[in-house]
Design a protein around this ligand. Structure first.
Ligand code: GLN
Length: 188
């Protein structure tokens, strides 16, 4: 309770993440410029469009401050385009390479019930929208869920990345898990 979580608000569905986090008792701050990162206990990088988001991050000079936030141990949750932003070819915060639009053109969007390691209470309803998957990753990256053998939920220490949109289904367990990481990091 009382933790302040930033939501990168340059582009994408940051408002839905904000609503979910507030409903779980977090204070939410929309992040648009580097100063907005000061004192955050956690950060969400939402889904959207990764090329547009990259341009916004460059324009606002956010790349280095975001990397510093992650390197300092602050929990970061990246979803969909947010997962892409965390990969080696973008912010380089996680030791993985994301494949964009990986599920192909015919199945651009679909829903699935996913068992996720560390999330109790049965499968999570997951909405995939032109979603990436993790094509390659280093040994330090734990795979918490996969679809057809392709990792879609991964964790590397304080960094959690998922391919789908947990903010769209009324499913709160992903955000609750993330807020538990935020509480643990703040207490440490
Ligand atoms: N396909 C988008 C991209 O490559 C990501 C889709 C999403 O965030 N729902 O940026």
């Amino acid at each position: 309770m009382g933790r302040t979580v930033g939501v990168l608000a340059l582009q994408g569905d940051f408002e839905a993440h904000g609503r979910m986090l507030r409903s779980l008792g977090a204070q939410v701050r929309e992040v648009r410029v580097p100063a907005d990162l000061d004192g955050l206990d956690g950060l969400v990088i939402p889904g959207g469009e990764s090329t547009t988001m990259t341009l916004g991050i460059e324009r606002e000079g956010l790349a280095e401050p975001l990397r510093e936030l992650g390197a300092a141990g602050t929990p970061v949750l990246g979803t969909c385009a947010g997962l892409i932003m965390l990969d080696r070819d973008h912010l380089g915060m996680m030791d993985l390479r994301a494949e964009r639009n990986a599920f192909g053109r015919q199945v651009r969007s679909f829903e699935a019930d996913l068992e996720i390691d560390g999330i109790a209470g049965g499968p999570v309803r997951a909405v995939f929208i032109r979603a990436p998957w993790v094509a390659e990753h280093g040994d330090g990256v734990e795979v918490l869920a996969a679809v057809d053998g392709h990792p879609v939920v991964v964790r590397e220490g304080n960094l959690l990345a998922i391919s789908f949109h947990p903010e769209l289904t009324g499913e709160s367990r992903i955000h609750e898990r993330f807020l538990a990481l935020v509480r643990d990091a703040a207490a440490a």
